[in-house]
Design a protein around this ligand. Structure first.
Ligand code: NAD
Length: 288
């Protein structure tokens, strides 16, 4: 539990919460950046590459076929559960996640914006048809029977290392309805977040008392812009993160640590009737 954060949220109880890859790290999905903000490794696909270059698209789907199972099997962790509890307590007015894993929804959160989309859906760029990623997995496996999947580590965003020599022969299914190009329903690096999604978050930040960010380096502008918005509007900005973030210099309060215990402590302290317990020390002795 962090006393300063509890006091801050008591004074500013209606929150917009923005989450990043650090929140899902304990669920077994790796982050892109480490605690110093340094890029770990890897070369995530860019939006234009996916659209324009066959070989990059084949590489993406080959790696995704191997990595999908890790995201699909991942379970929400204590940090997701704490945010669900904070929503039920009335504190989370909108939960905005940069993650594409849908773990907030699986933990029970209802008011969620998937800022960068969701990995469990695939859309046809031709006719706009939407299909489940799980259904496409069967098609990928059927089209590539000899493909020996994982040869290396799992990567962020449902990606996994595969032997690059096998990628040339990888076959990608097209849309069954129109033959169009299938693309995950996610915003890749270099892609654009749909305007109405951004506007919904902007309105929520306008109406909230404060913005709380958990588990994000905030290096990506699409999340950082809401920190700027909150600060420019004179609203407090609270950060919970293990490492450095781009907003450290403009935050009202930074709690450096693992988001699961910090958010669990916050939810516990803000629960109805918890105020009297809060005035006890850890040994149960009432503070003067
Ligand atoms: P990031 O990789 O840039 O930063 C992760 C941050 O989380 C780091 O600052 C690190 O110090 C912190 N962190 C790690 N474990 C933590 C923990 N247990 N408690 C508190 N902090 C912890 O992530 P980002 O800022 O979200 O940006 C990366 C982009 O990649 C996002 O746009 C997102 O769409 C995508 N992404 C998504 C997933 C996912 O869906 N789970 C995973 C990786 C990347």
């Amino acid at each position: 539990m962090n006393d300063a954060l509890v006091t801050a949220v008591r004074a500013h109880p209606r929150l917009v919460v923005l989450t990043g890859a650090g929140l899902s790290a304990a669920s077994g999905i790796p982050t892109y950046r480490d605690d110093t903000g340094k890029w770990r490794s890897g070369d995530p696909i860019q939006h234009q590459e996916f659209i324009q270059r066959d070989e990059r698209r084949r590489r993406y789907w080959a790696r995704s076929m191997s990595g999908w199972r890790h995201v699909h099997r991942a379970r929400p962790n204590a940090a997701h559960e704490a945010l669900d509890r904070l929503e039920r307590q009335g504190h989370v007015r909108l939960l905005v996640t940069q993650n594409v894993d849908r773990l907030h929804q699986r933990a029970g959160s209802r008011r969620v914006v998937d800022l960068h989309g969701r990995l469990d859906r695939v859309q046809c760029r031709g006719c706009g048809a939407m299909l489940r990623r799980g259904a496409l997995q069967h098609e990928l496996v059927a089209a590539n029977p000899g493909f020996t999947s994982v040869t290396g580590a799992r990567r962020p965003d449902g990606d996994a290392d595969v032997d690059d020599r096998l990628v040339d022969a990888f076959r990608i299914p097209d849309c069954r309805d129109c033959g169009g190009m299938l693309m995950p329903d996610v915003v890749f690096f270099g892609g654009t977040v749909p305007r109405e999604r951004v506007e919904r978050v902007r309105r929520a930040v306008d109406e909230a008392d404060a913005l709380l960010v958990a588990g994000s380096s905030l290096v990506v502008w699409s999340g950082f812009r809401f920190c700027r918005q909150a600060v420019e509007a004179g609203k407090p900005l609270y950060l919970v993160n293990r490492g450095a973030t781009r907003a450290d210099g403009i935050a009202t309060l930074k709690v450096r640590g693992d988001c699961a215990p910090v958010l669990q402590g916050l939810a516990r302290s803000l629960a109805p009737g918890a105020r009297s317990l809060d005035s006890r020390t850890d040994t149960g002795v009432l503070r003067p």
